[in-house]
Write a protein that binds this ligand. Structure first.
Ligand code: BGC
Length: 735
């Protein structure tokens, strides 16, 4: 449809019809069986159901495509202007094929892989009739207590920016009219990840400089990559709820970032302006959200009930409503829905199942982060290998956000181990060892509690001790329950359940080669786990091909290559914890008396495992940094290089990281900041030179005078394999 035709359509629509384009109803209204976040049924007036512009959460069940076709047919038939209904859903890290959770994808430091995974997700969801995904989540995540860190790609703005942009490119492809693509909705704008004390939905208190410098870049990167929608977040920022914040949603988002697409509230976020204490009632909430710049009301029905009246009373200018409704119509047009309301449903897939699984398997292998490998415990060796622990046989390797993922299609570690060791030379055993959770957690009470919990665990632990004594290698599979990370899963403890800790002690006492795998959606306290294990590897929530991808690394077929996308603390008391912290006026000395310096009495300032850390199988040596020049001019560049050599007997693969520090500035600069990164793979004995180009724009920051720019002076530069190691080279930026 031409722009002129869209304008004509808008002119022909009644006030009510325009207002209802801005109403999003939960899928349960159209299909009571739809898998919908939170609510599955919703009673609304049939007229609203007929005129609402969009819905969410349909197309996730087994009969997805049939459902969407039937709903669209009925809707189109009855809509006065035959405007198609827009179907949105949370396709976060997989639709039918589930990839590692976003934090795991962050660990791969491989935006190309993430882009390819997003292409697969878009195709699967598009073929089921879905048009829009509520992804990427570009929230910077510095606090492991916040359960939604699982949905982010981590604590660093550059990594998050590259990952968010990659997801947008993958979902949207080159042609949004192609039914195998999805429009991307970047969320949760803004600073949702900075919730006070890591408690979900909590206020965020951040200076404008921290917001601009650290929290906004990844949303902006997604917008620059072309994201068609932006979701406003639940939280308030410095006391003003974002969903009612014109400065953020208009000035920053539209004027400064140049975003011209559709804005949508988070679920019921407009209604929540009332309990926030920002709006007197739902009518006031509708007024404030509309004035702030929220186009679509997700599931509050505040716009449905009050927008028309607010325009009639003159409190809202009809022009504002028209602009928002036009943006929604434009999105439908860009998706090709006016020509084909059944977009995607009749298209042929480009990927075969085998291809999708192969991509997912590779993504898993790349996401694994090896934290310890004493005595080359890995790759797995031995005649008798026992897979012990609640994750050994579990198919629950997908997160609560993989809404259409089916655990029956998921390859467990035990299943994968049996085919990896099918030669018959290695004897295998498996036992669960203990329950996944302690008896007293809220989750256990809701789902799994049994009267004989303790007796059950005593028996399981006895079996585990016996299996561990039999084995020469134990692969111990521990972790958080998959429902312990995601929305509304904040925690004050970052430890494994006590029953799993008991299992660890039991197994470590019986076998002297324990390889511990930790499945999780957030950084955990792993000091004790590490001390009792010869090898330790973080496996995140790996998805459909979890077992196979992990076995590829355990067996030595693929070297581990992942790097931590978030710092792993010694103690929860260190949170929020991130590598790019500011120096203090009283830094803790490297050695000697530390009194009256910035430190904890009872813990290191440093993390147990820093951002960017990971090991591989080969032995990587890295040369000192060579700079092509010691001075950089604003329009010039310099090259920083290192030579990496694999001096080991096994293949190596890692991400080489470029960090820079501006030594003095009008606003203090972090002790290190990631500026670039590159994955490398080296065969035994192989060496390669890795070079990064440094230019002036990489050195810009939000300065003391509240403008972005660089400042001349001294800089330090590291090329290293994590955010703490390596020796710095120095250069100067000339004015
Ligand atoms: C979440 C969003 C999600 C939305 C729709 C909300 O509760 O915060 O991330 O996209 O629900 O399911």
């Amino acid at each position: 449809m031409t722009h002129q035709a869209l304008l004509q359509l808008l002119a022909d629509m009644s006030l009510e019809e325009k207002a209802l384009q801005l109403c999003q109803l939960p899928g349960g209204v159209y299909n009571p069986e739809a898998a919908v976040t939170g609510i599955s049924r919703y009673e609304v007036d049939p007229r609203i159901k007929q005129l609402a512009g969009s819905t969410l959460g349909v197309g996730l069940g087994k009969k997805g495509s049939g459902t969407i076709r039937a709903i669209q047919e009925e809707y189109m038939k009855n809509h006065p202007h035959h405007i198609p209904l827009l179907f949105m859903a949370d396709i976060i890290h997989g639709h039918r094929t589930v990839f590692p959770c976003p934090l795991g994808q962050g660990a791969s430091f491989d935006p190309d892989m993430t882009e390819q995974a997003a292409t697969v997700q878009a195709e699967e969801a598009g073929l089921d009739g879905i048009h829009v995904t509520f992804s990427p989540m570009a929230d910077l995540s510095r606090d492991a207590r916040w359960g939604r860190v699982m949905e982010s790609t981590g604590e660093d703005k550059l990594l998050n920016s590259r990952m968010a942009a990659a997801m947008v490119r993958g979902y949207q492809g080159n042609d949004l009219k192609d039914g195998r693509s999805l429009a991307a909705c970047v969320k949760h704008f803004a600073a949702y990840g900075a919730a006070d004390a890591g408690r979900d939905y909590n206020n965020t208190e951040l200076s404008e400089h921290t917001l601009r410098e650290y929290f906004l870049p990844a949303y902006e990167a997604a917008i620059r990559a072309g994201a068609k929608l932006v979701m406003s977040s639940f939280n308030s920022w410095n006391g003003i709820p974002v969903t009612g914040h014109p400065w953020l949603l208009k000035k920053v988002l539209r004027e400064e970032m140049g975003f011209s697409g559709v804005t949508i509230s988070d679920w019921d976020a407009i209604g929540q302006l009332v309990p926030h204490g920002f709006a007197a009632d739902k009518r006031d909430a509708a007024l404030k959200a509309m004035q702030a710049g929220v186009d679509i009301d997700m599931c509050t029905l505040a716009y449905t009930e009050y927008l028309e009246a607010l325009v009639q009373s003159g409190e809202i200018d009809e022009k504002l409503l028209d602009e928002a409704a036009l943006r929604v119509l434009e999105l439908k047009n860009e998706l090709g829905l006016f020509e084909n309301p059944f977009r995607g449903l009749d298209d042929a897939p480009r990927y075969t199942d085998a291809q999708k699984r192969a991509i997912a398997r590779k993504a898993v292998a790349e996401s694994l982060v090896l934290l310890k490998n004493d005595g080359a415990a890995l790759p797995v060796k031995g005649q008798r290998v026992a897979f012990i622990g609640p994750y050994a046989q579990s198919e629950e390797l997908i997160s609560s956000w993989a809404l259409a993922g089916e655990k029956e299609h998921t390859v467990s570690l035990w299943e994968a181990a049996q085919s990896a060791f099918a030669d018959g030379e290695t004897q295998l055993r498996t036992v669960p060892g203990c329950t996944m959770l302690d008896n007293d957690t809220e989750l256990a009470r809701g789902h799994y509690q049994a009267d004989d919990w303790d007796a059950q665990n005593e028996a399981l632990l006895r079996d585990a001790a016996e299996a561990a004594a039999w084995a020469d290698t134990v692969v111990l599979c521990l972790g958080e329950h998959h429902l312990q990370s995601g929305e509304s899963t904040s925690r004050v403890s970052l430890r494994l359940p006590q029953v799993q800790q008991r299992l660890l002690h039991t197994v470590a006492a019986a076998c002297d080669r324990v390889i511990t795998l930790v499945f999780c959606g957030r950084p955990l306290e792993l000091k004790q786990v590490s001390a009792l294990s010869q090898a330790l590897m973080v496996c995140w929530l790996p998805g459909t091909e979890g077992g196979n991808g992990i076995m590829d690394v355990l067996s030595g077929k693929v070297p581990p290559s992942g790097s931590l996308p978030m710092s792993f603390p010694y103690s929860v008391g260190q949170e929020p914890l991130h590598y790019d912290s500011y120096p203090t006026g009283r830094p803790k000395p490297a050695s000697g008396w530390a009194g009256f310096t910035s430190r904890y009495l009872d813990c290191s300032n440093d993390p147990l495992y820093p951002f960017g850390f990971g090991l591989t199988y080969g032995n990587l040596s890295i040369s000192p940094v060579a700079l092509s020049a010691n001075e950089l001019t604003p329009d010039g560049s310099l090259t920083a290089s290192v030579t990496l050599k694999n001096t080991g007997d096994l293949p190596a693969a890692r991400t080489v990281q470029l960090y820079i520090r501006d030594v003095t500035g009008s606003r203090v600069r972090p002790v290190r900041e990631l500026k670039d990164f590159r994955r490398v793979s080296l065969a035994p004995g192989e060496e390669t030179t890795v070079s990064f180009t440094v230019t002036e724009p990489m050195l810009r920051f939000w300065r003391g005078d509240d403008t972005f720019g660089s400042e001349s002076g001294a800089f330090r530069l590291w090329i290293s394999l994590d955010s703490m190691s390596g020796d710095a080279a120095e250069f100067t930026l000339k004015a």
